[in-house]
Design a protein around this ligand. Structure first.
Ligand code: SF4
Length: 351
């Protein structure tokens, strides 16, 4: 709940809960200090596992039914030397999108996460692990636009001034490129207080032929529809969409691919974020050579495209980009809400 929803609920149960200003204070104490002694507090899911590689921490939360969320605290060293952390949160357990380079895709969709299960990942990172994240990215397990009914309310809680109070400019939602989902997120970004919300789009290919090979969703949402949706993104003035490009050897890393993707992106104000592929379990492809990553980035910059490289952290604990997903849960794959998406042997079908 946002603070105003919480105050409203308390008002409706006056005998049990604090009311008015005391309700706001209780909400603040819960989110800001992690204490719930002013009312009968909610129960947080227990931490399942934590794995540490350097300063990167991957942790899971155990949910009823033997399933678990996965989140990653990623260290970011500023030029000033200050260490901040970005929290990568999951929006679903598993994912139905079937991207071939992604570990999570191997699980299929187990179920959507509820609003509190998303916010709990921030709460546990901050108050139990003791690392208050500066930024939040919806880049963990799941496709956020497939669960916007929980993701949008979770963002509202995370930016609540009386709650976690994270600036919308420090929150990024990454999507596989669902045009309708981008439109709904755009409605949120058009609201006061949310116009600096960041959008990241997982492109990963220069054309529909290659994209459909590695991302079955391209058959439902081709790149021209995706471009129309990105061009309509409201955002703040001068905002740039982050276009993610996982560089996979022999698939999308050639000079001709680089030129084609730069030409596709030309109408858009965006930053191209090149991510060296992190091999998933049983991956058909290796990680790219450093030279091919450097050459791709240099060529993209020479083409006039603003381009950055995303550093790889957490590879050893399967916490790096595209590596989240518990192989033990794969065997229990089921789609809880079959009305939303369906993954079949032929690939992705639009709901
Ligand atoms: S890359 Fe993202 S959208 Fe694609 S399968 Fe993995 S979690 Fe889902």
């Amino acid at each position: 709940m946002t603070s105003s929803e919480f105050v409203g609920t308390c008002g409706a149960h006056r005998e049990t809960y604090p009311k008015g200003r005391r309700a706001v204070d209780a909400y603040r104490a819960f989110h800001r200090d992690g204490t719930a002694d002013r009312f009968e507090g909610p129960t947080l899911p227990p931490i399942g596992r934590t794995e540490v590689e350097g300063e990167t921490i991957k942790f899971t939360l155990s949910l009823p039914g033997g399933v678990e969320t996965e989140s990653v605290l990623i260290p970011m060293r500023r030029r000033t030397g200050e260490l901040t952390r970005t929290l990568c949160v999951s929006s679903q357990i598993g994912c139905a999108m079937g991207c071939r380079f992604c570990e999570t895709a191997q699980m299929g969709l187990v179920r959507h996460l509820a609003v509190d299960e998303i916010v709990a990942q921030w709460h546990v990172a901050t108050h139990q692990l003791g690392h208050r994240p500066k930024n939040i990215v919806f880049m963990g397990m799941g496709e956020p636009t497939d669960n916007l009914d929980a993701v949008i309310p979770a963002i509202r809680v995370l930016v609540d001034h009386d709650g976690p109070a994270i600036a919308a400019s420090n929150i990024s939602v990454s999507t596989v490129g669902n045009p309708e989902g981008i439109r709904r997120l755009g409605e949120l970004a058009a609201e006061p207080g949310f116009h600096r919300l960041n959008l990241a789009v997982s492109l990963n290919a220069p054309n529909d032929r290659i994209r459909a090979e590695i991302m079955p969703v391209d058959r439902a949402w081709p790149m021209d529809e995706l471009m129309d949706a990105m061009l309509a993104w409201p955002g703040r003035p001068k905002s740039a969409i982050c276009v993610e490009y996982v560089l996979i050897p022999g698939v999308n890393d050639g000079p001709e691919h680089c030129d084609e993707v730069c030409s596709y992106l030309r109408p858009l104000r965006c930053s191209l974020n090149v991510i060296p592929y992190n091999p998933r379990r049983d991956s058909p492809w290796p990680a790219p050579e450093e030279t091919s990553v450097d050459e791709f980035i240099a060529r993209s910059i020479a083409n006039g495209q603003f381009t950055k490289r995303r550093g790889t952290k957490g590879r050893d604990v399967m916490a790096a980009c595209g590596q989240l997903g518990n192989p033990e849960i794969r065997a229990r794959r089921r789609v809880a809400d079959g009305s939303r998406v369906e993954l079949s042997i032929e690939g992705f079908r639009r709901p």
